[in-house]
Design a protein around this ligand. Structure first.
Ligand SMILES: [Cu+2]
Length: 326
């Protein structure tokens, strides 16, 4: 590359860098869009201090639409949180949460005006949230003042230029087909195997058996076999296939287990290979995930958690599980 082109490229890169920062350097969220019902990682960007002073405290207020918030500790800063009741209870994988973190405070730090830093939290956008913009107010405190990024547009003047706008977060509906949320499903690793999205479905009272479904990928060089496992409420667990015998489709046990060849992904799903929970002592309940184990010939035993879809479901339940599917 000649030096003129290199210089032009450098200028261009710098321009791109500048344009990715807000012109007046407000506190903002690095990712200003989140999917309803999915996890969200909030990165609050603090580009400068208060009128030249260093920032010693950063407060972030959590809107009602974000539940199960966990802040990331920062070296050199004291992390505290304030909890409060949720506007609506949040179903955290079958466990109802009525309250959680509403404010995060990082204090006792020193972020000079000339420096930039980021403050991170994770949470879940509650499944019932309305699509649209919510706000995540941020306050920076300094020795002699504060920068309060807390203004939100009023209904009367949504276009007004705010001097201290609260960081906006746009909530959007999931684009995935209803009843599926594979991207938020659980993934497990054991040896060279990756296990994705274990799920089962609710059983009627008195039912003796239930089916288990998941995807297994073998990233190794040797073949392995799913040979069994356990579920606390089942007397026994078998690995089954569907096969046509005399023109009739029926299931039968794979006595040697299910082979997963190197480089292969095998999906256990309704109408195909599946895990069979035998001698159920109690019903499987929709929205109440439960843990069990899977045993592989070479990779060994791993604990997995099954999400539980409603009776008769063809697909795994969406993230959060408990809400009904229409
Ligand atoms: Cu079966």
């Amino acid at each position: 590359m000649n030096s003129v082109r290199a210089a032009a490229l450098a200028v261009f890169s710098f321009a791109v860098f500048l344009s990715s920062l807000p012109a007046c350097a407000h506190s903002t969220l690095e990712v200003a869009q989140a999917t309803i019902g999915a996890g969200y990682k909030g990165v609050v960007r603090v580009p400068h201090g208060c009128a030249g002073e260093a920032t010693h405290t950063v407060r972030v207020s959590i809107p009602d639409e974000i539940a199960n918030v966990k802040p990331m500790p920062k070296p050199g800063w004291t992390l505290t949180t304030k909890s409060g009741p949720y506007a609506t209870p949040f179903n955290n994988h079958g466990k109802m949460m009525n309250e959680g973190v509403k404010e995060i405070v990082w204090s006792g730090g020193a972020l000079p005006d000339a420096h930039y830093d980021e403050f991170v939290f994770t949470g879940t956008i509650i499944p019932g949230a309305k699509a649209g913009t919510v706000y995540v107010p941020v306050v920076q405190e300094c020795a002699n003042g504060a920068e309060k990024w807390v203004e939100t547009p009023s209904a009367h003047d949504a276009q007004a230029r705010l001097k201290y706008p609260a960081p906006p977060l746009v909530l959007v509906q999931s684009t995935q087909p209803h009843g599926q949320a594979h991207s938020t499903a659980k993934t497990y690793s054991v040896g060279a195997l990756r296990i994705e999205a274990p799920w089962t479905r609710a059983t009627p009272k008195g039912a003796q058996v239930g089916g288990g479904y998941l995807k297994i990928t073998n990233a190794g060089k040797e073949s392995d076999r799913l040979v069994g496992g356990s579920l606390p409420i089942a007397g026994r667990l078998e690995v089954h296939e569907m096969a046509t015998v005399d023109g009739v489709m029926r299931m039968r046990e794979l006595p040697k287990g299910l082979e997963i060849k190197p480089g292969e992904t095998v999906e256990l799903k309704p109408g195909g290979y599946h895990i069979m929970f035998m001698q159920l002592k109690e019903p499987l309940v929709a929205g109440k995930p439960l843990k069990g184990t899977l045993v592989f010939e070479k990779a060994g035993t791993i604990e997995v958690e099954y999400s539980v879809a409603p009776i008769g479901a063809r697909d795994m339940p969406a993230a959060g599980g408990g809400h009904s599917h229409h």
